[in-house]
Design a protein around this ligand. Structure first.
Ligand SMILES: Nc1ncnc2c1ncn2[C@@H]1O[C@H](COP(=O)(O)OP(=O)(O)OP(=O)(O)O)[C@@H](O)[C@H]1O
Length: 296
């Protein structure tokens, strides 16, 4: 799945929350979405899950079966846990003994059996969150999107979350998860998507979860280039066609000085050799303000 030049704002006069975002994730991969409060993590996840439609740009190749766990499970519904999960399982085209087995299995695994006949509004936040997790996993998702899944969970279930993520990945699903508690230290091989100022910077780990070009173990070079804003989209297309991975295009920064040809000195003896990129780092961007990173 790829977010292609995605922009989003909550109203025609509202400020942009996401600006020219370019990220992608493939089957079996996971990414942790990081950023300060209000940076746009939930917005990004909702766009990925199809809950929000981009104001501009497109989401390409979104998988068919999506498990979506919002930051706050909407527990204001007049059903018991069992009724709710059964209805959700039907929506996911389960039926008969498979439906019963699946619903019972998740109720058991997430430790919510004592609450199966309790109505959703009466649940604690943590138990409601578990119901939210269960409904997302009733059918093995091709894309699992978890917004702050650790919030309100007890210790045992917090331990379970990385296991659930691993299982989805092993079944070929992709996983996006936001985290402001630092819990994603439990997901060492996930990509990191850092959201700031409406843009997303990507760091791919050296092993285990590389992006689709599979160059995770190579030593990477980072090339920064500047293009006129009007040429940004075409340049991205050219770079992709040439086999480079372009993960980000920075929007114009009005405060930035105009790019000058001498901003990036030509390689010369006096130029200190660039160190290797961070292990596994494959950031790439073409900045309309003139900065960016392209990795072959
Ligand atoms: N439904 C909405 N209507 C208007 N503005 C919104 C809406 N949802 C979010 N925003 C605004 O969009 C910006 C990004 O919010 P978002 O919830 O995506 O950030 P976040 O990084 O997930 O924050 P947090 O860590 O606090 O959950 C914020 O300025 C927020 O106020």
């Amino acid at each position: 799945m790829r977010l292609d030049q995605v922009w989003l704002r909550y109203g025609t006069r509202a400020p942009w929350v996401l600006r020219a975002v370019e990220v992608e994730i493939g089957p079996g991969q996971s990414a942790v979405v990081l950023g300060r409060n209000g940076a746009g993590k939930s917005t990004l996840l909702q766009v990925a899950a199809g809950v929000l439609t981009p104001s501009r740009g497109v989401v390409r190749d979104r998988p068919r079966t999506i498990g979506w766990v919002p930051e706050r499970f909407p527990a204001d519904q007049p059903f018991t846990v069992a009724q709710y999960l059964t209805a959700m399982a039907r929506i996911r085209a389960l039926s008969g003994p498979t439906l019963t087995r699946t619903v019972d299995g998740w109720i058991e695994r997430l430790g919510i059996a004592p609450y199966r006949d309790v109505r959703l509004p009466a649940l604690s936040k943590g138990t409601a969150q578990k119901v939210g997790l269960a409904q997302a996993l009733l059918r093995s998702p091709d894309l699992l999107v978890l917004d702050e899944p650790w919030e309100g969970l007890d210790a045992a279930t917090r331990e379970l979350v990385p296991e659930l993520i691993r299982e989805v990945r092993e079944a070929g699903g992709a996983v996006l998860v936001s985290d402001h508690r630092g819990e994603t230290i439990r997901l060492p091989d996930a990509q990191q998507w850092s959201v700031a100022d409406g843009t997303v910077a990507v760091v791919v780990p050296a092993t285990g979860n590389g992006a689709s070009s599979g160059a995770g173990s190579e030593t990477m070079s980072v090339v920064e280039i500047a293009v006129p804003a009007a040429r940004a989209a075409a340049t991205v297309a050219d770079l992709r066609a040439a086999g480079h991975q372009v993960l980000r295009v920075r929007p114009p920064d009005p405060a930035a000085p105009p790019a000058r040809p001498d901003r990036f000195p030509a390689p010369a003896e006096s130029t200190p050799p660039a160190g290797p990129a961070q292990p596994g780092q494959r950031a790439a961007s073409v900045g309309a303000d003139g900065t960016g990173k392209v990795v072959p």
